[in-house]
Design a protein around this ligand. Structure first.
Ligand code: UGA
Length: 436
């Protein structure tokens, strides 16, 4: 394949967003250098080692490197000096007041303004509050770089399916001046035309990203509220969810109830948009409720767990299946299971967790939580199993053997992932979320 656009692309930040963006842009024909300030990370990537688990990403990287379209470099190396388009994909951690901490984005932008050639386009790929692009442009002007165009091109990649989400997106959004957005959109010309390209202004692009995540988060919180109500009424939320989702105006996805949403995006982005709204004097009560409901949802699973332990958890062993915030990733950021495990430890229970990919939070390990190598090892001698992450392998466990290995066959399915009637017929006392 010949390069589709004669641009020299530099990605600043080889975290999750930066690395997927860089590797996939290279795989569709662009010339890309991914840079990072962490020398260890850069040398690991150069050796072909991907620093986190994302299905298919190592293949995409391997092929793009082999084709000579993807390289890695330390941020101080001269890559920016010849860049024509720079993607900023650095972290935007949450500050104490819920706002997004933009110091890494600002530093990256200032560095580009110092080093990149005239006419460079800077693309913010990190999720940033509306108005950030305008502010970065203003700062660049103050650095004497009125020539730099800033474009917002938010990502809609979900962990575990990021490569597919990049290569077969539901839409592409570019916000900025008509000329700059066209240049950035051209880098994505290897993406099927069936994906709508939305060229808009910067603030609208920035706001769209927050809106997309807040809508999805609110759906999850709303179905979780119905799950809690179904629990109280003895109704089945799975059927409720199916009935609601079959309405084409609603659609079936993101209506799975459970222990609540986690990850590095929904919790942080909902809080960030609330902070933006507060600063603008706008009341966003639905988004606020989505956030509050989610902050409490894991307690519904805790209450069920304690009840099954006869409200006497002290000294009992609880096997927790799943540590990652969702299956298909080793990411544990804001994983709802972390709060649950902490509370079980507080109650004096022994916690042994398992996850096919993720590692137990160091703070939990310090407090005595353990991680077993296999799910059956975690379950061995347990008084209760709590499923927190819906990994497919948990469905395929030999539940008959698991039952025999437990001290008492009790189970809470925090994701409605398992076949509860089948478990009950094996002798389990088993509860889901919003299941009669
Ligand atoms: C999310 C969005 O889905 C992406 O489109 C977006 O690009 C990304 O955030 C981001 O901003 O970077 P991600 O956080 O990887 O992606 O994970 P999701 O698959 O969206 O799941 C988020 C949380 O919601 C998980 O904890 C998941 O278990 C939970 N969830 C999801 C439910 O509890 N029920 C559902 O029906 C769906």
């Amino acid at each position: 394949m010949t390069p589709l656009a004669p641009e020299r692309v530099v990605i600043v930040g080889t975290g999750y967003v930066g690395l997927v963006t860089g590797a996939c842009l290279a795989s569709i024909g662009n010339d890309v250098t991914c840079t990072d300030v962490d020398p260890k990370r850069v040398s690991a990537l150069t050796r072909g080692s991907v620093p986190f688990y994302e299905p298919g990403l190592d293949d995409v990287i391997g092929r793009a490197v082999k084709a000579g379209r993807l390289a890695f470099a330390h941020a101080s190396e001269p890559a920016l000096e010849s860049a024509t388009v720079v993607f900023i994909a650095v972290g935007t951690p949450q500050a104490a007041d819920g706002t997004a901490d933009l110091s890494f984005v600002e530093a990256a932008s200032a560095d580009v303004a110092k080093r990149a050639p005239r006419g460079v386009v800077v693309v913010t790929r990190s999720t940033v509050p509306p108005g950030t692009g305008d502010r970065l442009a203003q700062r660049a002007r103050e650095q004497g770089r009125a020539d730099i165009e800033f474009v917002s091109a938010p990502e809609f990649l979900a962990e575990g399916t990021a490569v597919k989400d990049f290569l077969e997106p539901s839409r592409l959004v570019f916000g900025g001046s008509p000329e700059a957005t066209r240049r950035v959109a051209a880098l994505f010309s290897g993406i099927p035309e069936s994906a709508p390209r939305i060229l808009t202004d910067r603030r609208t692009a920035e706001l769209s990203k927050y809106a997309a995540n807040t809508f999805l988060a609110a759906r999850v919180s709303l179905i979780n509220e119905f799950a809690n109500l179904a629990d109280a009424l003895g109704a089945d939320v799975a059927t409720v969810s199916r009935v609601v989702g079959l309405d084409p105006r609603v659609g079936p996805l993101f209506l799975r109830p459970g222990i609540g949403y986690g990850g590095s995006c929904f919790p942080k982005d909902v809080k960030a948009v609330l902070a933006v709204a507060r600063a603008q004097g706008v009341d966003m009560r639905v988004a606020q409720a989505a956030d509050r409901t989610n902050a409490e949802q894991w307690r519904a699973v805790l209450r069920k767990s304690l009840r099954l332990l006869d409200d006497a958890p002290r000294g009992k062993k609880v096997a927790v299946l799943g540590i990652a915030f969702k299956p298909g990733t080793d990411d544990t950021r804001m994983a709802p299971g972390t709060a649950l495990m902490g509370a079980l430890l507080d109650e004096g229970a022994t916690v042994v967790a398992h996850d096919p990919k993720a590692t137990l939070d160091a703070a939990l390990a310090q407090r005595g939580a353990q991680q077993a190598k296999t799910a059956l090892e975690a379950i061995h001698g347990a008084d209760l199993v709590v499923l927190v992450t819906e990994w497919p392998e948990y469905r395929a466990l030999p539940w008959h053997d698991a039952r025999a290995a437990m001290r008492a066959p009790r189970l809470v399915d925090g994701r409605n992932h398992l076949d509860l009637p089948a478990l009950r017929s094996l002798g389990f006392t088993a509860e889901g979320v919003g299941k009669p």
